[in-house]
Design a protein around this ligand. Structure first.
Ligand code: GUN
Ligand code: ZN
Length: 430
């Protein structure tokens, strides 16, 4: 079996840099190495030392390129790829005007296949090696996504989006058909290759109590699966949830009541949370997902990253394509930085890189498998060129340390900053 040794500047993490002193959580080596065999990272350390011990390994020297775990996108909607950057609407109008008509097209297998392939290619071009996606109501959309990911050997999480009210007729299922079809897709795809199935009620306004309850029952039968949904994204949405569920204590309660709150729950946005919601999410070990480009683009609000991290919530980072305005996790980190600044917090580049890799993997309960530049993890790796444009290069050229060199790429970088992407031990650009 061929061994590959990647040389360059290596960045990994040994702890959570959001809590305590970030510098104690960082593993950085300016002349590091990553040894890969059979799709896994089998060692990391000094490049020279690894080379001496493994003279048989095929060497790729990235010079001062930054070798990181591949980026992990913890919440997105691949069917919305074609309508990213649609103008002028906030959440509910945006869903009705742009999103639902777009999603109505995914009963067509060829269309779903085309958009799934395009989305995964765009993700990889931007250094993202794992996507967590909502599909549409159509089983075809789920088959398309998992098939395209399997062809690329990518670890992905996805599920059939379920809606049985407040959506166009063609996008509605029922409590029973949502249960039956989700179950069939789960049994077809979960654990096949690198695929994981996530039970996916879109959000409380588009599911009746019966449907939420049916999906809660399915989750109870399959506690090994993740459950993904949306929570407290925009104020009018929250007011609408109060009207639809007058008995509920808060938005989270509309999930909790129906068995849809748990450790493997992933709650997208979670911007306007009440104290009880934060306490319950922390208590059960659930994760919330920060979608910063979406939160500014759709006008949702300023996610309280540090407050929620201190409350012991697991936090993933995500593009939320196409509510989010970029396929790039670099741009997503930049938006997280900007939102932090608006809340009076300057997130350190180490914290941003952690959120886009290990933090997101922890939120997905896949820590150790993805998002980590360390022994035993899948060899899903992104190599960054820290001088990818003239504007970035002139700034990085005067950097006084690695963080000063990485930060311009986080703030100004895009797909041009992605020098190479390895997926399960295979380079994607050659
Ligand atoms: N809430 C319910 N559905 C969606 C969606 O598709 N995108 C976003 N951003 N929020 C949602
Ligand atoms: Zn979303």
């Amino acid at each position: 079996m061929t061994k590959h040794l990647l040389l360059g500047q290596t960045l990994g993490f040994s702890g959570n840099p959001l809590l305590g002193d970030w510098s104690e959580a960082v593993d950085f080596d300016s002349a590091g190495g990553v040894l890969i065999e059979a799709g896994r990272i089998i060692a990391t350390g000094s490049g020279e030392a690894l080379r001496a011990v493994h003279p048989d390994a095929q060497v790729t020297d990235y010079g001062d390129g930054l070798i990181s775990a591949g980026f992990v996108d913890a919440h997105m909607h691949y069917p919305q790829t074609g309508m990213i950057a649609s103008w002028g609407k906030q959440l509910i109008d945006w869903l009705n005007t742009y999103t639902f008509p777009e999603e109505a097209r995914f009963g067509d297998q060829a269309h779903a296949d085309d958009v799934a392939a395009r989305t995964l290619d765009l993700a990889v071009a931007h250094g993202t090696t794992t996507l967590t996606s909502f599909c549409t109501i159509h089983p075809e959309s789920v088959d398309a996504f998992f098939s395209a990911a399997s062809a690329r050997n990518m670890a992905v999480i996805a599920g059939k989006t379920c809606m049985d009210r407040n959506a166009p007729e063609t996008l509605r299922d029922t409590a029973q058909s949502a249960y039956d079809r989700s179950k069939a897709l789960l049994e077809k795809w979960h654990g096949v290759g690198r695929a994981s199935y996530a039970i996916t009620p879109r959000f409380s306004p588009t599911s009746t109590p019966d449907q939420l309850s049916a999906l809660g029952a399915l989750w109870a039968e399959h506690p090994e699966c993740l459950m993904q949904t949306h929570l407290s994204e925009q104020m009018p949405e929250i007011a609408w949830v109060k009207e639809l569920f007058p008995q509920a204590r808060d938005y989270l309660d509309t999930y909790e009541k129906f068995g849809l709150l748990g450790e493997r729950g992933l709650y997208g946005h979670a911007i306007h949370l009440e104290e009880r919601e934060i306490a319950r999410l922390a208590e059960v070990g659930a994760a919330v997902v920060h979608c910063p480009t979406s939160n500014t683009f759709i006008g949702s609000g300023l996610f309280d990253l540090m407050g929620l991290a201190r409350s012991q919530l697991s936090i993933g980072l995500a593009t939320d394509t196409g509510g989010g305005s970029s396929f790039s996790m670099l741009r997503t980190m930049a938006a997280a930085y900007e939102i932090g600044q608006l809340r009076g917090v300057a997130l350190h580049p180490a914290q941003l890189m952690w959120l886009a890799t290990e933090g997101a993997a922890q939120a997905l309960k896949m820590s150790g498998e993805i998002g980590r530049l360390g022994q035993g993890a899948a060899a899903d790796i992104t190599v960054l060129d820290l001088h990818s444009t003239p504007a970035i290069a002139q700034r990085a050229g005067r950097a006084k340390d690695i963080w000063d060199a990485v930060f311009p790429t986080i703030m100004m970088g895009d797909d041009r900053a992605i020098r190479e992407v390895w997926i399960a031990g295979k380079p994607q650009r050659g």
